[in-house]
Design a protein around this ligand. Sequence first.
Ligand code: EPU
Length: 435
Amino acid sequence: MDAFLIQGGQRLSGSIAVSGAKNSALPILAVSLMTDSACRFGNIPVLRDIQTQVKILNTLGVESHWTGHEITTKVKDSYNSTAPYELVKQMRAGVCVLGPLLAKRGEAIVSLPGGCVIGERPIDLHLRGLEALGAQITLDQGYISAKAPKGGLKGAEIYLGGKFGSSVLATDNVMCAAVLAKGTTIIECAACEPEVVDLARCLNSMGAKIEGAGSPRIVIHGVKRLRGCDYDVIPDRIEAATFLIAGAITRSPITVTGCKPDHLMAVLDVLRQMGIRVERKPTSLKIIPADTWKCADVVTLPHPSFPTDCQAQIMALMSIAQGTSTITERIYPERFMAAAELKRMGAKISVANGNAVIQGVDKIGGAEVMASDLRASAALVIAGLAANGETKITRVYHIDRGYERIEERLRKIGARIQRVADSDLPAPQAQAVST
Ligand code: EPU
């Protein structure tokens, strides 16, 4: 297993380009199941999660070819509609083949994703939405088995809100299933995340009739079939935010290029409240460094509010802010794995009942810390860049799931970070399941 060694305290400079959005690419790749024609997907980040998704699609009869940031696909056969546990346990987002399979083949057997380090993450909303379209769902031996009725799925009015609000992947699954259903479907309390809009745009480019994606009410007029596509996914807003926070914490005037500032309004607003200015251009954002920054109060909520996927990173920045910050985590109340590791670096954080209180300190110091999920790992990298001395982050396979060659890209803007093989550590108990 690899580890990162970071010599903290370096100023960064220059530009860093954002990759394609992992959380767009995963469900978008699954639409290749919905057409008999070839598809080309561009701006795909080279990540382990994408590799897992491609493996799942291959199991389901999709032939694929991956070069650089481009993947082409074509369904070769439709015999197998089972997404196996061995793959879905590696990545929860594998569940997003459920809607596409059911829509096109009338049947889907998908492993239940199981537990997750960041929280319980049920899938009741996915199932409720598909049942409303007429699917018969049974859970058997750890698998979801979904079958369309004889006449096919039928459009319906579906309320898709849960106790934590909307769900991105539940919206994706139900939207995909409704695209090939008969009649009109209305999804109320749909997730509004830019990744849902991206999926809808991709489907519309294939002949789907989806209106309202990006708002809580999505209307889908069913169509008989979809053609292939040639589609580039949006830039990764979470990666962009991670780099901005890395610039802020190292007091460095870095420019994050190839991003969509509109997708980052809540993060930019928190940075502004903390006293960190960001110069905004149509496709780039530049940090205007501040020597010190203020505390802030952040509540994570579905888009367009502050994203849970940036919560750990902002916690790292709050650790050396002036004053006491708070974070209320409303999506995954237990998602505070970064806190214990940041404390090992000298941060003062207390966590209880979905809330974190972060008492800013002047400095944090390097330490050996352990990555425990994707975004917590990103927070540790950010903290390591700012810490005095050396930080060693073990189990960085977590970060490789969501950030393409992060150490090489950070090195190019001046960070002293290197990847080392760490063979002394035991094998991971479970490959993280957090996307
Ligand atoms: N929820 C339910 N019932 C459901 C589904 C979700 O109650 O059937 C609740 C969950 O408990 C949670 C909230 O709804 O409180 C959203 O969770 P969910 O597990 O549905 O999120 P997701 O759609 O599976 C996506 C991202 C996550 C991101 C969340 C929230 C992908 C592939 N994953 O997951 O990304 O945290 O939305 O924005 O799009 C990451 O990239 O690090 C990551 C975890």
